[in-house]
Design a protein around this ligand. Structure first.
Ligand SMILES: [Zn+2]
Length: 175
């Protein structure tokens, strides 16, 4: 059973939009009062791939999901931010480092086949220049560099994909 949802504009109840065969379209809603449509679009997020020679910076998660696991620094974009502002903020919050130069690595997306979440689009940047002292922030238990060829287990397929792309670019001397 899904929770009741209400229109952003008029407060009317939202109902699932149905396709021609009468089946509800996942994540599509229409307002019963004003007719406005709403969509559960994937949420944009950013991830930082910070390299110190052949070492990659990872943070240890202080919050669910996968609390205690290692992952790339990053997080969801906030209102009013562009991607690099979001990346700079998340990197600083989680690791204390201030990113100064960025290179787009690739974009990874996650869709949840169980439809428990809207899905996420993660934009990965190589952070080639940074300053500041490494210290784990509020939503990280730890932050440290690991040898690229000897990383701990990372639970997010999107992060593993971005790290694989980083490997490819390093092998091709394109970083
Ligand atoms: Zn409405």
């Amino acid at each position: 059973m899904t929770t009741k949802r209400y229109c952003f504009y008029c407060g009317g109840h939202l109902y699932p939009i149905k396709d021609a065969s009468g089946k509800a379209k996942q994540g599509h809603y229409i307002c019963s009062v004003c007719g406005a449509k709403f969509y559960d679009n994937p949420i944009p997020a950013v991830a930082a791939l910070v390299l110190d020679r052949k070492n990659l910076l990872l943070t240890r998660r202080a919050v669910p999901p996968f609390k205690g696991s290692w992952c790339l620094p990053g997080g969801f974009m906030e209102s009013g931010e562009d991607t690099l502002q979001a990346l700079t903020r998340e990197l600083h919050e989680e690791t204390g480092l201030i990113g100064k130069s960025f290179q787009l690595i690739d974009v990874a997306s996650f869709t949840d086949s169980s439809h428990q979440s809207k899905g996420v689009i993660i934009i990965g940047y190589h952070v080639s220049v940074y300053e500041g002292n490494l210290r784990p922030g509020d939503d990280a238990l730890d932050a440290k560099f690991f040898r690229v060829e000897n990383l701990p287990s990372i639970p997010f397929s999107t992060h593993r994909f971005l790290i694989e792309r980083l490997h490819q670019l390093m092998s091709a001397n394109r970083l």
